[in-house]
Design a protein around this ligand. Sequence first.
Ligand SMILES: CC(=O)N[C@H]1[C@@H](OP(=O)(O)OP(=O)(O)OC[C@H]2O[C@@H](n3ccc(=O)[nH]c3=O)[C@H](O)[C@@H]2O)O[C@H](CO)[C@@H](O)[C@@H]1O
Length: 363
Amino acid sequence: MKVIISGGGTGGHIYPAIAIANELKAIDPATEILFVGAEGKMEMEKVPRAGYTILGLPVVGIKRELTLSNLAFPFKLGRSLIRAQQIVRDFQPDAAIGVGGYASGPLLLAASLKGVPTLIQEQNSYAGLTNKVLARWAKRICVAYPGMDAFFSADKIKMTGNPVRSDIQSANQQVDAGRAFFSLESTRSTLLIIGGSQGARTINESIEGGLQRFVDAGIQVIWQTGPAFIERARTAIAKTGSALIKAYDFIYDMDKAYAVADSVVSRAGALSVSELCLVGRPAILVPLPTAAEDHQTKNAMSLVDHQAALLVNDRTAREDLVTAALNLLADPAQQLKLSQQIKTLAKPNAARDIANEVIKLTK
Ligand SMILES: CC(=O)N[C@H]1[C@@H](OP(=O)(O)OP(=O)(O)OC[C@H]2O[C@@H](n3ccc(=O)[nH]c3=O)[C@H](O)[C@@H]2O)O[C@H](CO)[C@@H](O)[C@@H]1O
């Protein structure tokens, strides 16, 4: 079987795509998979690191404000559609999958025009623009939240949950390897801080302001900052003179990071939320308030409403976040309660269910 997987832009689109690819390979190692992304975007680096081939389209997004770059939009879209048609002609896929993001538009359109069955995976409780347009031609739409018939026709929808990489699903076996990897002491509590795939400015500034409090409490911190904040984080850490705080612009071994974390501070991107449910870690979520239709708050509330996570607002994070994290780390009973609740919301079969839907489409 040959499958094209298209889309990207952020980790929240790229990693579910990789999880589906891994699952298709696990079911049948002979499956051939080709990724199609957008030139210059994160997937062009992350997908090859995961062991897959990716081709880039010259596609760009359209900006809401009037800019010169918008003039190039129709030309780049046209060129991308021609290139996508070439790719579909050359690779001859049996199915094409779109995970959202610029590249899935032209690629799924080209596949549909050629009669190749297509499947969309929508990670959020609010459908992205590309997926809304593509839904018309898609044979199957795999979703993670209820109520998605507001965007897609009900007979195409399949509730699967978001596909999570299998190494993250078995993260709990990586505790010793994780401690060695991050040079951690087994006797201290560890806090993992994740700002989505690009880092989160509010979370970073909140942590920067309270670094010394973690050091004073003897807490080990794995701090993922994103590329824009890493130098500033390193400067702040150097000022504390402590080796307890470890900063990374990006963490490739998320299974190990989750494994060693006693608690997690995170944005509420759809994939982070799905992963936290699977690894069962007590978490404080700080939703990105500018996400489309405030979908990160909805993602977070789907846990908070079940007493499965705590929430700190982006607006008050600079005053409240470090205190909330220290309180949680000092309260094993609360950690246990959150951990038990969040695990009940996990969807461990999502990747397998989606892979099976893809296989059905090709029959
Ligand atoms: C700013 C923005 O637009 N965010 C959106 C983006 O998510 P964004 O990529 O910001 O965040 P998500 O939480 O959805 O996904 C992050 C993914 O990257 C991985 N990761 C992250 C950091 C790191 O150092 N290493 C690593 O591997 C995580 O394990 C996870 O698989 O797409 C999501 C899914 O459509 C949306 O819900 C988010 O609102």
